[in-house]
Design a protein around this ligand. Structure first.
Ligand code: MG
Length: 243
């Protein structure tokens, strides 16, 4: 015999259900968090899902020459800078990177890559473990203009993470900058940049105009003089658009 839901039960359930009042106001949109703190939440855009490298192209639009291997995107010297097809303005970003152990190199030659926010502001990727270099060129630096608060580097060949809150520069209808952008950055969970104002154009900016959305660009440092062969690995790259 099927159980019968009586009117009394329905009334009781309705009485116990949470209710909103006018004073509670509009409710926040529901976002389901990832299973772990680094896993993409339900509203994230995956730039690299661990399977295909098609979320990125060369900066000239040619196919991405990096390889997807066992959930990692492996980029060797000569594969060229790559940029996400997805463009963003204000965003929360997450990426993980693995710098090779290069004991015969030092300074800027040791595991150099970079994550260019909107293709214009390089958040430096470099082996920062017992590898002194100029402060605004080390890992956690916004290259060329702001050193990190602290050196939170892990050893080479260990996975590291960047979590970024990026506010894009704002421009008027004529393309003039009205509000500079800013970046807050955690390296391996440690605050290294807090609301750092971005200059009109970062050193080495790859973007014609800072107005309008841009990509996440990952640097192949091989174009620089005497740059050694480097195999960089990336994984779990995602963003949440905030605008
Ligand atoms: Mg770099």
């Amino acid at each position: 015999m099927r159980p019968r839901i009586t009117l009394a039960v329905l009334c009781l359930a309705a009485a116990l259900a949470p209710t909103l009042t006018a004073q509670d106001g509009p409710q926040p949109r529901v976002v389901t968090p990832g299973a772990t703190p680094f896993a993409p939440p339900s509203d994230a855009v995956l730039l690299f899902d661990g399977k295909t490298i098609h979320g990125f192209t060369r900066t000239n639009g040619a196919p991405n020459a990096c390889k997807a291997i066992k959930g990692e995107m492996v980029c060797e010297t000569g594969s060229g800078d790559i940029q996400s097809k997805e463009l963003f303005s204000d965003a929360q970003l997450h990426l993980e990177f693995n710098i090779p152990n290069m004991p015969n190199q030092k300074g800027q030659m040791k595991g150099n890559s970079g994550a260019y926010l909107q293709g214009c502001y390089e958040l430096q990727i470099l082996d920062g473990y017992e590898n002194p270099t100029y402060a605004d060129g080390t890992v956690g630096a916004l290259y060329g203009f702001r050193p990190p608060f602290v050196n939170a580097a892990r050893k080479p060949a260990e996975w590291q993470s960047y979590d970024i809150l990026f506010h894009a520069p704002k421009c008027d209808a004529q393309g003039n900058l009205t509000t500079p952008g800013s970046a807050t950055v955690f390296l391996n969970g440690v605050l290294v940049q807090e609301n750092t104002p971005l200059p009109k154009k970062g050193p080495g900016c790859r973007k014609e105009s800072i107005c309008g959305p841009g990509p996440l660009l990952l640097q192949d440092h091989s174009g620089f003089p005497n740059a050694p062969h480097t195999v960089m690995k990336f994984r779990n790259i995602w963003l949440r658009k905030l605008d």
